[in-house]
Design a binder for this molecule. Sequence first.
Ligand code: ADP
Ligand code: MG
Length: 525
Amino acid sequence: MLKDTVTLFGNISLTKKTAAAITEMGFEEPSPIQNQTIPLVLAGNDVLGQAQTGTGKTAAFGIPIMERITELKQIQALVLTPTRELAIQVSEELGKIGKFKRIKTLPIYGGQAIDRQIRTLKSGVQVVVGTPGRLLDHIRRNTIKLDNVKMLILDEADEMLDMGFVDDLESILQHVPAERQTLLFSATMPTEIMVLANKYMKDRVTVTISKEQLTVPLTDQIYYETRDKLDGLCRVLDSETVGRVIIFCRTKKGVDDLVASLSARGYISDALHGDLSQAQRDRVMKKFRDGKLDILIATDVAARGLDIDDITHVINYDIPQDPESYVHRIGRTGRAGKKGVAITFIQPREYRQLKLIEKEVKTRILRRQLPSPADILERQTEVIKNQLTQTIARGSFDVYSGIVADLAADYDPIDLAAAALKLFQEGYKEQAVIEKAQFGNTGAEPGMVRLFINAGRAQRIQPQDIVRTIAEEADIEGSIIGVINIYDKFTFVEVPESVAERVLSVMNKNTIKGYRINIEPAKGR
Ligand code: ADP
Ligand code: MG
């Protein structure tokens, strides 16, 4: 009798519907944390599970949730996650696991229209995955009923504590029945987690996946030592076949600055950090997931726990502050049997910190030389040759053949092709900039744009400061910068129209002589 209704997932017996769902998700066998926690949870224990990021903690609680709850349209399981992105991601995964049992899972988070959430809640869901703030909102409005919650899960609990959600958790728990099963999952186990567990969990069982398994074996770990990290990063991006990349910076400002510096050099990237509105974060994540954005630049907090497939490179633009954070970051790549690369940039004085991480994590981070200009050229040559042969293979370029045939009468075919390549490589970048440059009349010389900077003699700014800073930041020749007029509290500077956009984007909120400035096109008469 029993044999008909259950299917094995490794050594764990599951009902057919759940087993079919996880087979469809491509899981062949349980991960270590799943192997150890699922049977305990199915048996009704409170479980505290610790395992590094990317080890399958979501399904470790998601599978037993789907096994233990019924089709009754009441909220029977409540999962708390620290961020909106995680709420969405966890909810999606639970939705897949509960698919054949027709269990409805709803993510609840701030920033989404509350009316819509209320309507869905009314229609009846069995599992809610929410961020603390928005959940409290619903509790206060009396639009969520938690009396039937039998399982409460605190996911990414360390993160939740880092983000200061302790009081919110406390308030939420007052509205969840005391008679319940409580699960807590975390990538790290600081003492605060123990305090939390002691307070809210009954006779709990703790499962720890040991630190020896901390590193991701499929990830190549290398480091570059350089004083100019930006230059180093660009060389890496130019010389390697990079797919989807996450670059980590220590601070939000670091993230924004790097997005701007990369954009000035023609690389398209986008930022993910706590200062962005939630709609902005959603948009960035969607672009990244959909493959419309290759380079995501993030802070640790914003990216932790996020599960994105096919990350080819994790780049620590700033060295992680502790070994745990290193493991979290590089856990983003080398997933599901695919090989990934983890690159760390250090400045000479950070060498000791790197060695400390290496020791704590029990891993080897190998030193490499930065790609040389010759390496980059070689790589670009490869790319161009590839693109050309593919274009020839695809055919249908008759329009252009005519142009070449005309010119071939007077020019050498090799020169023609090479000139076309140059135009293709360098030409359209500049044109794109010119197209965007709509500054109207700024009172500048023809071909130039006059820019206004809100700093001047009072800030002891001199013409050479302006030239040097703009040239360095925007990566242009100082000699192309035009007339500079410095007044007491402000300055006018003229730059060629073709670089004005770039100068504006890298200089705004940047500093000149340590003074933070605003810069904008001047208003001409
Ligand atoms: P964590 O919460 O520990 O950081 P996740 O639950 O986000 O990890 O899981 C990481 C990835 O591994 C997800 O894409 C998930 O679907 C996948 N995964 C989880 N369990 C398994 C498994 N048993 N087999 C294969 N892939 C799995
Ligand atoms: Mg997780």
